[in-house]
Ligand binder design. Structure first.
Ligand code: SF4
Length: 257
């Protein structure tokens, strides 16, 4: 496997020389999921391979927009040094897009000592051992956490998801996010969970259900969750309602908050 190590060394060297397209870097509270309410710094990378019907960050779709900053990894560190938090949420766009330098930003930041949560749309593989080794070793996994979307039918992107291949690499600090617009989405989520329950239960992965803002009332999602309580208990899954705090605190369209 020496040749593989060499390839990743080259990638790492190249990575540090790349200018990454960054939409925004700002500090705020985490808006949702396990980390909701925590003070964190967001790094939003540009470019997404999907086009979800309900996307609320369309401004990050394109990688090559004039208004995005072009920053080398060391320059991103300089920006991050303006904030005290050691907790980063690396979001997008899509931060794990393969064959792009931005895929390695979260690993690079973890190797610098930050705690990094990666918010991914779930359509790319999570990091493999070779990638960890290229940035310092598999122990970096303890500095990283994943929030992986599982796309619903109403997103029109449900076919893009990677399921078991990713789920088997998740752990207790990781989470799935089902964004639900209607009962059909909820039923789809249950089908996925029914199939993958064992690995998710063993790995103690948190399962978030989040209503599409403006399309499904939170209380309706709670009703649906309650109606399947026996299923979640039987499958030993950890479901929870996740609301987007930032949309309650600020205007739903406001950026950088
Ligand atoms: S994956 Fe996220 S950023 Fe990409 S289109 Fe879907 S909601 Fe928008």
């Amino acid at each position: 496997m020496q040749w593989l190590k060499e390839i990743f060394k080259v990638k790492l060297k190249e990575f540090k020389e790349n200018k990454l397209a960054i939409v925004e870097i700002f500090n705020s509270i985490s808006g949702e999921g396990i980390s909701a309410g925590e003070l964190v710094t967001f790094v939003r990378v540009a470019g997404c391979n999907l086009r979800c019907s309900y996307c609320d960050s369309t401004y990050s779709y394109q990688e090559f927009e004039a208004e995005h900053s072009r920053l080398k990894p060391a320059e991103i560190l300089t920006e991050l040094s303006k904030f005290a938090s050691q907790k980063i949420i690396c979001t997008g766009g899509e931060p794990l897009e393969e064959n792009k330098a931005k895929r390695y930003l979260a690993l690079y930041l973890a190797a610098q000592g930050f705690e990094v949560r990666i918010e991914s749309n779930g359509s790319f593989p999570v990091y493999n051992t070779e990638e960890f080794n290229a940035f310092g070793g598999v122990e970096l996994r303890t500095k990283l956490a994943y929030t992986l979307d599982v796309k619903s039918p109403s997103s029109a992107m449900a076919e893009q998801n990677i399921y078991r291949e990713n789920f088997q690499k998740l752990g207790i600090n990781d989470e799935l996010k089902f964004v639900v617009a209607n009962e059909n989405d909820f039923e789809h989520a249950l089908k996925v969970l029914n199939k993958e329950a064992e690995i998710l239960a063993v790995n103690e992965v948190t399962i978030n259900f989040s209503p599409v803002f403006g399309q499904l009332e939170a209380k309706e999602l709670v009703r649906l969750l309650k109606s399947k309580e026996a299923f979640f208990v039987a499958k030993q899954l950890k479901p929870r309602l996740s609301l987007q705090l930032h949309k309650m605190i600020w205007d739903a369209e406001q950026k950088g908050v």
